[in-house]
Design a binder for this molecule. Structure first.
Ligand code: GLC
Ligand code: CA
Length: 554
């Protein structure tokens, strides 16, 4: 298998608004990030993926960009950015920027001009259509509720916005748009950044004619569209291939077959993709709002499909959470005081020992949990607020139920401030935080965890280090064990004569593990475990949320 630095790396995602506030205005910023570089170095991560820091009116917390070559005032200045980049590089940490180019803000100069008249030179930068029989041009739903079309009085036409009204979709079929995007990307690459995470990049090519979808479902006409690979190959040729980058495409509705193209090992498109199948197991985008748990056998089936499907022809990214998902502990593990730490370590083990590049979302390394929001007044996320309004108004849910679902699945669970210490506001800010702090910061915080050797933090540090010291963790082939079992997630990773045996108990009960015949009874080395007491070789039962990684040399 081709060796690449980004296959041997662990990425840490920073949501800048909620990471660290350096000037007391309640909003995290670039100087705050710079001040935490030593912390990230100690954790041992290789790469930071920075959620958007560009100029933005913040309709969607920076995913609505009004100037790609300026920094959001609340986050600092371009000088602050350059200092942060230099400091990261001095610490041996790379920086991956969030590239949001399916859409811009409606306050971007391109859109301001585009909407001004039908014959403006930038008109065709966006997707404008006439009304159809006095209605929207088609029946597509926006990802953030309501129609995907907004009527614009100035020219008596509609524009397409797959997300919020303030996020008009760019017209990628226009070669001038593509060139402008590529120029902007080149500008950032020349600054010395190390890659891009590409926001909803599978949605940039829409099917011609923009046909109605069944019940308004746009997916077949928007995701993995007719020219998406062509456009990414062009981007690769004109920009990406000229630098040594990590590129990861966020790809709603991607299948393994599509991913083989996006993340092909010839390197003609991207390094890897974010797929969503495992996140959709509890309802996902088809119907996100519920309080279901992700079933283990389903999770294993999906992970197995991706692990084996991309082996030797693509590359996986591995994640249990990010800024769009609730906290993994509350969704897949156990966030009670008794089991929080042990189950956080178990989930981390299950993920980090697979093949692919692991992503740690800020606070995951501390075992941060979902948030007791109390009421809708504490919710900031546009997706949750719009869904609350739409689904309570049309009678799908009463307000109490919908609020409960938002507390379970809403994106704000991941967006409350990073918990640095047990001082007021978790040490995130000296001012008033833009979103409430999870009250459990007095017991879950970085200061306490860094000082305690058996904390989740130190366990993650060890998991991350294993990726750098054990080649089989990076390049070993994956083999799932016990596929039907609803309690144990077990697999092996094999590279040459090395076999790693990974067993994780997803349940609170004691659970039996089947040890593969060729390993049973053999002497092995324990690489990591979330329980101290272990025998000479793998045991046949696992305690509550126990995780073990044994290394065999055959
Ligand atoms: C992606 C981002 C999400 C954002 C959306 C629109 O899914 O991760 O946060 O709201 O795209 O840009
Ligand atoms: Ca600030």
């Amino acid at each position: 298998m081709d060796k690449k630095w980004w296959k041997e790396s662990v990425v840490y995602q920073i949501y800048p608004r909620s990471f660290c506030d350096s000037n007391g205005d309640g909003i995290g910023d670039l100087n705050g990030i710079t001040s935490k570089m030593d912390y990230l170095k100690e954790l041992g991560i290789d790469v930071i993926w920075l959620s958007p820091v560009y100029q933005s009116p913040n309709a969607d917390n920076g995913y609505d960009i009004s100037d790609y070559q300026a920094i959001m005032e609340e986050f600092g200045t371009m000088e602050d950015y350059d200092r942060m980049l230099a400091s990261a590089h001095e610490h041996g940490i790379k920086i991956v920027m969030d590239l949001v180019v399916n859409h811009t803000s409606d306050e971007h100069q391109w859109f301001v001009e585009s909407r001004s008249s039908k014959d403006n030179a930038k008109r065709d930068y966006y997707i404008w259509r006439d009304a159809k029989d006095g209605h929207e041009p088609n029946n597509w739903h926006s990802c953030f509720s309501g129609s995907a079309w907004k009527y614009d009085e100035t020219t008596d036409m509609y524009y397409l916005h797959m997300f919020a009204e303030k996020q008009p979709d760019l017209n990628w079929d226009n070669p001038v748009v593509r060139d402008d995007v590529f120029k902007m990307m080149t500008w950032w690459c020349d600054k010395g950044i190390d890659g891009f995470r590409m926001d909803v990049i599978s949605m940039i090519s829409k099917v011609e004619g923009l046909p109605d979808g069944v019940d308004g479902n746009y997916t077949p006409y928007v995701c993995n569209g007719p020219h998406v690979h062509e456009y990414l190959q062009e981007m690769n040729e004109k920009v990406l291939s000229r630098y040594d980058l990590l590129t990861v495409g966020e790809c709603p509705a991607v299948t393994v077959d599509e991913a083989k193209k996006y993340a092909n090992s010839n390197g003609t498109e991207l390094s890897m993709v974010f797929q969503f199948e495992h996140m959709d197991l509890d309802g996902g985008e088809t119907f996100k709002w519920n309080e279901r748990k992700i079933p283990l056998s389903g999770l294993k089936a999906v992970m197995n499909k991706w692990q084996t499907g991309l082996e030797n022809c693509g590359w996986n990214s591995l994640y249990w959470c990010n800024h769009d998902q609730p906290r993994m502990l509350s969704r897949m593990g156990n966030d009670s005081d008794e089991y929080r730490e042990v189950s956080a370590k178990m989930l981390g083990t299950a993920l980090h020992m697979m093949q692919g590049t692991p992503y740690v979302y800020q606070g995951e390394e501390l075992g941060m949990t979902n948030v007791p929001f109390g009421s809708m007044e504490n919710i900031r996320d546009i997706e949750s607020i719009n869904a609350f309004n739409e689904l309570t108004a049309n009678g799908t849910f009463d307000e109490e139920t919908m609020f409960r679902y938002i507390c379970y699945k809403g994106r704000d669970n991941a967006r409350t401030p990073m918990q640095w210490d047990d001082s007021e506001n978790a040490g995130f800010t000296t001012g008033t935080p833009w979103i409430m702090v999870n009250p459990n910061y007095t017991k879950i915080n970085a200061k306490e965890q860094v000082s305690r050797k058996d904390s989740v933090f130190h366990y993650y540090k060890k998991l991350i280090a294993l990726r750098h010291t054990e080649e089989a963790v990076v390049y070993g082939s994956f083999n799932l064990l016990m596929p039907e079992d609803e309690e144990v997630f077990a697999y092996t990773r094999t590279l040459g004569s090395t076999v790693l045996f990974i067993a994780c108990n997803y349940s609170q009960n004691e659970a039996a593990v089947e040890i593969p015949a060729e390993l049973a009874g053999k002497k092995a080395e324990l690489l990591i475990s979330n329980y101290d007491e272990q025998g000479e070789t793998a045991a046949k039962t696992l305690r509550a949320y126990e995780a073990v990684v044994w290394k065999y040399t055959l």
